[in-house]
Design a protein around this ligand. Structure first.
Ligand code: PAF
Length: 281
């Protein structure tokens, strides 16, 4: 596996791959890799001839400096995992090359960025959209693979690629889960043993709510029960527990095909997010 930290090296390599008519896949990450990331790499390897994985802990998408400082960094283990998975290139730009002095451009996707996580993490989606735009332009990838766990992020990226005519196909990938159904996340490793045990009650409560919604129960009642269940389990705060239309993320008062149940809640000082599809039985 080749390791590049310079944009010039990345570009030269990708240009050669394109001259050789190879299909280039891209998996953007912030490192602290787990099996969920590796599943994205495997899907990319199935669909593409060459796969680039980036690791860049993007400072502009952290609205809280303590969260940025606490973000796990496991470069050596990440490199070993990617090598074993068969990635062709690890791209590790540094902050000075991504945001050189005088950098003044922000990509803002209005509407989609505003509610849900956007309401609780001001500036997060602008930072994410800006760095993803840069990474897609830098890698010139034919396809980029994004996990559905960050569902709002996925929809924002789809929108910006369409709006900015970026010729990269965005491939959504199913959320990878632990044996007890907790969605895999780099943040899970910050949970205490007790917090980790409680965390599994998040997907369990969401599945109960999704089943009630699919069975025709009133949306407001189900969401209020879900919130109360999580609070009783020890989640504090529950930032949101909402039913949204999947593509445009508009609030849904009734269940229709293509709805998504989305939750963000804190346990043990760690912010967890999860989402799942809901449709009428
Ligand atoms: O999902 C992530 O890990 C990040 O938001 C991403 C897409 C790598 C951009 O920094």
């Amino acid at each position: 596996m080749m390791i590049a930290s310079e944009i010039a090296t990345l570009r030269e390599t990708v240009q050669q791959w394109k001259r050789d008519r190879l299909r280039v896949g891209f998996v953007p990450t912030m490192g602290a890799l787990h099996e969920g990331h590796i599943s994205l790499v495997r899907q990319a390897l199935q669909a593409c001839d060459r796969v680039i994985v980036s690791i860049f802990v993007n400072p502009t998408q952290f609205n809280d400096p303590t969260d940025l400082a606490a973000y796990p960094r496991t470069e050596h283990a990440d490199g070993r995992l990617l090598h074993a998975a068969g990635a062709h290139m690890l791209y590790t730009p540094d902050a000075a090359s991504m945001y050189p002095s005088g950098f003044s451009t922000t990509v803002h996707v209005s509407g989609l960025s505003e509610g849900l996580c956007g309401a609780f993490r001001p500036g997060h989606f602008d930072g994410m959209a800006t760095v993803v735009t840069k990474l897609l332009i830098q890698t010139q990838a034919d396809c980029a693979f994004f996990g559905e766990k960050d569902f709002q992020q996925l929809q924002i990226v789809r929108r910006l690629v369409t709006d900015l005519d970026i010729p990269t196909e965005i491939v959504p990938c199913a959320t990878w889960r632990e044996a007890d159904d907790l969605a895999m996340s780099s943040r899970n490793r910050r949970l205490t043993a007790q917090g980790r045990e409680t965390a599994a009650r998040l997907p369990a409560a969401m599945r109960t709510a999704a089943a009630a919604l699919a069975g025709g129960s009133a949306v407001g009642t189900v969401l209020a029960t879900l919130r109360a269940t999580l609070e009783q389990a020890g989640f504090e705060p529950v930032e949101y527990a909402e039913l949204r239309e999947a593509a445009d993320l508009q609030p849904q008062g009734i269940v229709t095909d293509g709805c998504r149940l989305l939750v963000a809640a804190w346990i043990d000082g760690v912010r967890l997010i999860d989402n799942m599809p809901v449709s009428l039985r």
